[in-house]
Design a protein around this ligand. Structure first.
Ligand code: AFD
Ligand code: MN
Ligand code: MN
Length: 400
């Protein structure tokens, strides 16, 4: 490959940071049960250690997303959490409130018909915003599971109005450094309507909230056949793309590892971002690239390293699209040439340049192999097995 191509790949990798989800290291499952892994993280300290290991090996994951109710106990000292993260070479990234598990939220949280439950949900969001400030985190990501399961169960318009008002109030609580990302999802756990079901709803809510609110695109949160890169292009053009939750899916919100089902789609999404920057004299928008996956079957840390390596590879490939030449093909209606240009970039083998980039940063050319050879998993599995036994975590994954 030419030095110019090599430089483009290295420059792309230099700017590409990926946030890891704390929950991706812990035992997760489906509603049909969990398959426990000996080395799965038990508490936030474990999660930060595992994330730190992934960052140490990949060199591009300095931040860890936290889930407020899964990662923090009442009375936890945020300063101590920040110090713990620093000890593992990472820092706390996005704050994820949890309005979907408490029994009070059976009929919804921010959109619940009962004012006192809505008020309780608002307090949790405001506490999450404050927690973010105490952790010097700059991102709050709201995924709202609210919705209904049957026609007539709730007024879609009344719920929209109630939610708008709550969101506008949250905006006033943000510090200057914070951005509030509104994530959408067409269905699940609600199965008749979801109050924030698509990018248009997120966009409208974010616009009404204020200038520090943007849209979060979770790549699994789309109906089959939806053109996600078109949504990304629109949000980029409106300066409303806040970030991504990366995962892949075959059917719905499957939380499979990125690129395991449709790598070309992720490449095209990255192509929109590189193309946008190419149209802005190389200026890239500030976008939060975050993983959101549940590794129910794959070994958790391996799956996370695999995801990061795949994201880097696809981002580097998309950086090779010749946008100047593409514009010429587009202007002349040369459809086959335009598509060939995309496919050539997608099919480029960039593994050598990525290995060089890693070696230049003192990293192993293959972080997955380096992880396997490190003995890290064997060490933590022994420790965590003993702690599981002491905690009485049964094979069903719940505390005995
Ligand atoms: C679930 C939801 C959503 C959310 C994530 C973390 O579908 O993607 O962002 O949990 O709370 O995957
Ligand atoms: Mn998500
Ligand atoms: Mn999801």
């Amino acid at each position: 490959m030419t030095p110019e191509i090599r430089l483009r790949i290295h420059e792309a990798l230099d700017r590409f940071e990926i946030e890891l989800p704390s929950w991706g290291f812990a035992d997760t499952g489906t509603r049909f049960g969990k398959f426990l892994q000996d080395g799965a993280a038990i508490d936030l300290a474990d999660k930060l250690a595992d994330a730190g290991e992934v960052h140490k090996l990949t060199g591009c994951c300095p931040k860890v997303a936290v889930h407020v109710l899964w990662d923090f106990e009442e009375g936890d000292d945020p300063a101590e959490v920040a110090r713990l993260a620093a000890r593992h070479g990472v820092k706390i990234g996005s704050i994820n409130p949890n309005l979907f598990q408490d029994q009070d939220y059976r009929l919804g949280s921010l959109c619940n018909p009962a004012a006192e439950i809505r008020a309780r949900a608002c307090r949790h969001i405001e506490d999450s915003i404050k927690l973010g400030q105490s952790l010097e985190s700059e991102i709050v990501t709201l995924w709202l599971a609210d919705g209904t399961n049957y026609p007539g169960q709730g007024s879609i318009r009344a719920r929209k109005q109630v939610l708008e008002k709550a969101l506008e109030e949250f905006h006033g609580k943000l510090s200057e450094e914070q951005t509030f990302l509104i994530e959408y999802k067409p269905f699940e756990p609600a199965f008749y309507h979801t109050d924030i079901a698509d990018w248009g709803m997120s966009y409208i809510y974010a616009k009404k909230m204020g200038p520090q609110a943007k849209v979060l695109v979770d790549t699994g949160h789309h109906y089959q056949g939806q053109n996600i890169e078109q949504i990304v292009a629109w949000l980029l053009d409106e300066d409303m793309l806040g970030g991504f939750h990366f995962n892949d899916r075959r059917y719905a919100d499957d939380d499979l590892t990125l690129g395991s089902i449709d790598p070309y789609q992720i490449f095209r999404i990255f192509g929109e971002i590189h193309g946008y920057a190419a149209s802005k004299d190389g200026r890239y928008p500030g976008i939060e690239y975050m993983v959101d996956q549940s590794h129910n079957l794959k070994p958790k840390i391996e799956a996370m390293i695999e995801t990061v390596m795949t994201a880097q590879e696809l981002y580097a490939k998309a950086a090779l699209i010749d946008f100047g030449q593409l514009e010429k093909h587009q202007a002349s209606g040369e459809i086959v040439d335009a598509e060939r240009l995309m496919k050539q970039a997608f099919n480029k083998d960039v593994s050598g340049e990525i290995a060089e980039w890693r070696k230049g940063r003192g990293l192993s050319p293959d972080p997955l192999i380096a992880f396997r050879e490190s003995g890290y998993l064997e060490r933590i599995a022994a420790d965590r097995l003993a702690r599981r036994a002491a905690l009485g975590i049964s094979e069903s994954g719940s505390y005995a």
